[in-house]
Design a protein around this ligand. Structure first.
Ligand SMILES: Nc1nc2c(c(=O)[nH]1)N[C@H]1C(S)=C(S)[C@@H](COP(=O)(O)O)O[C@H]1N2
Ligand SMILES: [Mo]
Length: 402
């Protein structure tokens, strides 16, 4: 009887229903009028999901990264308040009425736009992820991220609204020699990146809104460059200047940083496009299956900087066999895609991993296969498979891949 899976399933479902009934009977209707209405909402005080900023005693509290709690996420949109942050010189306090975007260099007509000017252009609204190319940087090591927040939390997904950059460049009339545009931010480090013109004429936007309201200061208020699917660093925040040039400017952030050292000692530069990635967010590291054996849902997020996610497979036997997860519709290009798979846990220890494919035909590979192709000298652009381990007591931890 004990080993009959169908019997076990019925038992565990029964236990679930009993819990439900107990909850209902415990619930009391409030006897007093509740809290007052408010001009700007907050979440329930019972909710605790939060970003992971640098520790309170950090000597540089304004620089570094804070990570999105992906393990607590639902659906595909990251609440703006939980969008990861990566600042190199803190968040500037910018008065939108005084902020200007200058377009100059190899153009016939240098132009200056205010935020109000930008809002007169036909706007576009699209869902896209932003991901730091350092996301997953520790996954090559013997101590990969212990939670989905640590391993993959330098990625978030929002609905962005703004103006296609190609409309602004058309107004400024690029000279034929213009092949690159150097974008510069209005923060203290004036972060600057050279962007190939082709990307700007494709799907790049200057965005001023995020998830239905003005873009948050952390994300670049009052405006940022959004380069869908390209490494976070090139999505210049608080953007104030687009300088058309014939050659890349070789700025700090495209030479000293964000280049990938290859096994032959040469560095890969301008590797902008983020490759296909996925992570199981529930159950994931740090969580516990508290209900014992029985029915659960395995769910997670997949994304590709090259296009749409077409398939996510899940393996529960160390990568020997794979089963297709269901992809939640609609699927947007260069955006988080939610995958799900019902799962009946038999209570035995199990390893769990996901691998995603995109519409270019690319499929994620293991950390070992990635290292075989690229070496282990660099920490950016790691998109290898993430493996979780569930012990028989239900607790979930990470699995070192090296
Ligand atoms: N001006 C400016 N732009 C910037 C940065 C910065 O420090 N200053 N950080 C970059 C990096 S490294 C990343 S990963 C993304 C992070 O975007 P987010 O903070 O909105 O998540 O912004 C990029 N744009
Ligand atoms: Mo980044």
């Amino acid at each position: 009887m004990k080993n009959d899976p169908s019997r076990r399933k019925i038992l565990s479902m029964g236990a679930g229903l009993a819990t439900l009934t107990a909850c209902t009977s415990k619930q009391e209707a409030p006897s007093q009028v509740g809290a007052a209405l408010s001009p700007y909402g907050n979440r329930s005080p019972h909710e605790t999901a939060k970003r992971l900023p640098p520790p309170a005693d950090s000597k540089t509290p304004a620089t570094g990264g804070s990570r999105t709690p992906l393990q607590d996420s639902y659906g595909t949109i990251t609440p703006s308040s939980l969008h990861f942050e990566r600042h190199h010189a803190g968040i500037p306090d910018i008065d939108p009425a005084r902020h200007e975007l200058l377009i100059h260099g190899l153009v016939e007509q240098p132009l200056v736009y205010s935020l109000e000017d930008l809002k007169r252009f036909p706007a576009t609204t699209r869902v896209h992820f932003v991901e730091c190319s350092g996301n997953g940087g520790a996954e090559y090591t013997a101590a990969p991220g212990a939670t989905a927040q640590v391993s993959h939390g330098l990625a978030s997904c929002s609905e962005w609204t703004g103006v296609p950059v190609k409309l602004l460049l058309a107004e400024a009339k690029l000279k034929p020699e213009a092949k690159w545009v150097v974008a510069e931010g209005g923060d203290a480090c004036k972060l600057a990146r050279s962007i190939p013109l082709a990307k700007l004429m494709d799907d790049a936007m200057i965005v001023y809104a995020q998830n239905g309201e003005a873009i948050r200061p952390e994300q670049g208020y009052p405006m940022r460059l959004l380069l869908p699917g390209w490494e976070g660093n090139s999505n210049v925040k608080w953007v104030r200047r687009l300088h058309a040039t014939a050659e890349p400017a070789q700025t700090t952030h495209e030479t000293a940083y964000y280049t990938d050292l290859m096994p032959d000692g040469k560095s890969r530069q301008f590797s902008f496009e983020l490759e296909t990635k996925s992570v199981i967010t529930r159950p994931s590291g740090g969580q516990k299956l508290t209900g014992g054996q029985g029915d659960y849902e395995i769910t997670g997020l997949a994304w590709s900087g090259r296009g749409k996610i077409t398939r996510v497979e899940i393996s529960l036997d160390g990568g020997k066999t794979w089963k297709d997860a269901e992809l939640t519709q609609p699927i947007h290009a260069k955006a988080f895609t939610r995958f799900r798979m019902p799962w009946s846990w038999d209570g035995a220890a199990v390893t769990m991993q996901s691998r995603a494919s995109d519409d270019t035909g690319y499929t994620q590979v293991s950390q070992d296969e990635l290292a075989a192709a690229r070496g282990r000298n660099y920490r950016y652009h790691n998109n290898g498979i993430k493996v979780w381990y569930i012990q028989s007591d239900g607790s979930v931890s990470h699995v070192a891949q090296v």
